[in-house]
Design a protein around this ligand. Sequence first.
Ligand code: FES
Length: 119
Amino acid sequence: MISCWVLKKPNWYSPILPTTLRSRVTYQGSDGKSIATVEGLDSGGTLSAVQQAFIDSGAFQCGFCTPGFVLMTKQLLDEHPDPTDDQIGHYLSGNLCRCGTYPEIIAAVKLAARKRRNT
Ligand code: FES
């Protein structure tokens, strides 16, 4: 996956990522803020629970929207390990999937939540 989305904590996300950073990035700045791309979510080659849940749920077709949905799902589950449907809708509302895989994306979020709670 090529990411054009980053999580910038504690200030949520930015859809803009300079070309030079379009790679596996997890960055911790001296100001205490961190940046992560979807490529930086795995651990030593093992996909994160969120990444694996998107694959297991078939939650993408072309994959154009996937980095944004994966990163916002990570943020959602970091803040709400057992999210309500309203919380899922709120966190993912800034993303659009032109392929229409919303039911699978919601299933992936719920699967990832279960996986993270059970580990
Ligand atoms: S999978 Fe194609 S835009 Fe979402």
